[in-house]
Structure formats: C-alpha cells, structure tokens
Write a protein that binds this ligand. Structure first.
Ligand code: HEC
Length: 146
C-alpha cells in the first residue's frame, strides 16, 4: 500500500517536471525547421547585422516609417499581409535595386505570393528608397543572402 502511494507521488512529480520543462512559446509563435522561434506573424527569422553604415541607418528609419507596416519589423514579413524581403527571391541577382525603386514608385502586381498587390508608396524620394535598399541588403547579407 505504502509503495503504491510512493509510486503515484513519483509519477506526479515526473509529470509536473515534464510540464514545467515544456518550451514556453506563445501559441502564435511558429518554430522553423532550424529550431528558431519566429516572432508572432513573422514569415522569416531575421538575424540582425552587427552594425549599420550611416546610409543603412537612414534606410532603416525610412523602412520603419513606410515599409514595415506591411513587410514587418526587420523585413521579416507579415503573415497575411506582405512577404519577407529577407528572402532568397529578393537577392540582388533576382531583384536588383531598381526592382525596389520601381516597387515603391509604381506598386507591384501580385505574382510571387498570395498577398495581393502592393500599392505605390507615397511620399518617399528615390534617395530614400536607395537608402532603404542599402538597409535591406545589409539585413540580407547578415542572413546569407547575397
Ligand atoms: C500596403 C502594403 C505594402 C507596403 C506599404 C509595402 N509593400 Fe512591398 N509588397 C507588398 C506585397 C503584398 C508584395 C508582394 C507582391 C507579390 O506577390 O509579388 C510586395 C512586394 C515587394 C517587392 C517585390 C517586388 C517585385 O518585383 O517582385 C519589393 C522589392 C517591395 N515590396 C519593397 C517594398 C518597399 C521598399 C516598401 C517601402 C518603401 C514596401 N515594399 C512597402 C506590400 C507592401
């Protein structure tokens, strides 16, 4: 009788331990194959560059002001809204800097994804866009996209 009680206590302790050891991801976070935890809503795990040049910093502020609402923080994408720009298909040899200028100035007809069209972005100059591209390239390089 006594041993049965001890057995049940041990099982309860083991179960509690197992429960506590579970990773505490929020339910909306998704885990990638590499084992990284994506921030809620993000479509890519973005490693940040160690440092940014002056132009890249200007691009980062401009990006946050006019692109991040759709393409997400650090260009990680946003579930249901817009793709991550830190993504192999946006590498320089496939989407050169002019593709970014044209995207911002004229908008983009949906073709790679199912998010719908990107509208033209109002109120950004060409030099703003080139700074944004420099910033996005820095993010891409930090993630092995060259
Ligand atoms: C209103 C939401 C929205 C905003 C704001 C936005 N984008 Fe987009 N963008 C999209 C969507 C959606 C797509 C995907 C289109 C597709 O299916 O290929 C896209 C695609 C792109 C592409 C790929 C173009 C191509 O030729 O395939 C680039 C580059 C891009 N965006 C850059 C930017 C930059 C830079 C900004 C800020 C100046 C910005 N976007 C702001 C929604 C947005």
């Amino acid at each position: 009788m006594k041993w049965t009680a001890i057995f049940f206590v041990l099982v309860a302790v083991a179960a509690a331990g197992w429960y506590i050891m579970q990773p505490t991801y929020s339910q909306t976070d998704t885990q990638t194959n590499e084992g990284f935890v994506l921030p809620a809503g993000a479509l890519a795990f973005v490693k940040l560059p160690a440092s940014l040049t002056e132009q890249e910093k200007i691009g980062a502020s401009a990006y946050d002001a006019v692109c991040a609402a759709c393409h997400g923080l650090n260009a990680q994408g946003q579930d249901g809204v817009a793709p991550p720009l830190v993504h192999k298909i946006y590498e320089p040899s496939h989407h050169g800097d002019m593709a970014f200028v044209l995207a911002a100035q004229n908008g983009v007809r949906a073709h790679h994804w199912k998010f719908g069209n990107m509208p033209a972005v109002e109120g950004v100059t060409r030099s703003d866009i080139l700074a944004i591209v420099a910033y996005i390239r820095a993010l891409q390089r930090a993630n092995g996209i060259n």
